[in-house]
Unconditional design. Structure first.
Length: 318
């Protein structure tokens, strides 16, 4: 049984004639007759009583019973077509977005704006570690993922969406804690508890490029332990990190956003033309960032065959 046969059956039943049905279907009348004959043969039922002249017909009891089912099948197929057209146009469907709790505020704001413009487009949030998000984009498990500090990655195209400040933690009583947004150069002489490069190469390179001549301090262990040591140590020092968890309420510590460097956050996708739904998501995410001049519309940065060393950030005061 073919869908086209059911469409012809519904048309003939509603028009009560092969000629009018042919006009409605924009098909030759002989073709309409052949499709009805083939459907009756396949079902083993007579669907129409042919009158005199034969162009005028009426449903048999079997045809009358099958008509609602045929209408439902035709309507369902039309909904499939409409949905497929919406997916192709990016107005509906599902986008699987890899993300993390750290991006929640901007992501939810972007999804709210996207829902107003494309209410039938759903974004399903998938949480995973950053390397896991990139691997899921490569494999096609995720349609896109938000990543931080990544400049290049094999098999990935990156679309910048916003930048974020790093947070510095230092003793609350230190003179530099009085600055609302200290520049890293002001902190260069204060011993820095920096995560080792093997633990976080992107962050390590970002900070060391922004703080030339930085003074190594006591070792960085975990963030919680390092903050506790920093608060209780006799000698002042500082550390720097991404704000991914709620900050501890410790009056001995001061947390200040750094004026530089800004940390890039990008939407990672597979190379090639963006699917319309992903493009709509990218537009919504980008709109949550600070306004960007027209000549700086985000463009993809395809990954080379071999990933070079992590990019070096430029420390530009803001």
């Amino acid at each position: 049984m073919e869908l086209r046969q059911l469409e012809h059956f519904v048309a003939v039943a509603e028009e009560l004639g092969f000629g009018r049905a042919a006009e409605r279907l924009e098909a030759p009348e002989a073709e309409v007759g052949r499709r009805i004959d083939a459907l009756e043969k396949e079902l083993g039922l007579r669907l129409f009583e042919r009158g005199a002249p034969p162009r005028h017909v009426r449903l048999t009891a079997a045809g009358e019973r099958l008509l609602p089912e045929a209408r439902a099948a035709v309507a369902a197929a039309e909904r499939v077509r409409e949905t497929a057209e919406g997916i192709a146009a990016g107005t509906e469907g599902i986008v699987r977005l890899g993300t993390s709790r750290a991006f929640a505020d901007r992501v939810y704001r972007a999804l709210g704006a996207l829902a107003e413009r494309r209410p039938r487009l759903r974004v399903r949030l998938e949480r995973a570690p950053q390397e896991g998000r990139l691997a899921a984009v490569r494999s096609g498990t995720f349609d896109a993922a938000l990543v931080r500090t990544v400049c290049r990655a094999d098999g990935i195209a990156l679309y910048p969406v916003w930048t974020e400040p790093l947070l510095a933690a230092l003793p609350a009583g230190h003179p530099l804690a009085a600055l609302d947004e200290p520049h890293p150069a002001r902190l260069a002489r204060l011993p820095l508890r920096l995560a080792p490069r093997e633990a976080n190469p992107a962050l390590h390179d970002l900070v060391t490029a922004a703080v030339p001549g930085w003074t190594p301090g006591p070792p960085f262990t975990t963030l919680a332990a390092t903050l506790d040591d920093l608060a209780s140590a006799a000698e002042p020092s500082w550390t720097v990190f991404h704000p991914v968890v709620p900050l501890p309420r410790d009056r001995r510590l001061a947390f200040r956003p750094l004026r530089a460097p800004r940390v890039p956050v990008s939407l990672a996708v597979r190379p090639g033309r963006l699917a319309p739904a992903v493009a709509a998501l990218l537009e919504a995410l980008t709109a949550t960032a600070d306004p960007m001049p027209p000549h700086r519309t985000p463009r993809p940065r395809p990954a080379p065959a071999q990933a070079p060393p992590p990019c070096t950030a430029r420390a530009t005061p803001t």
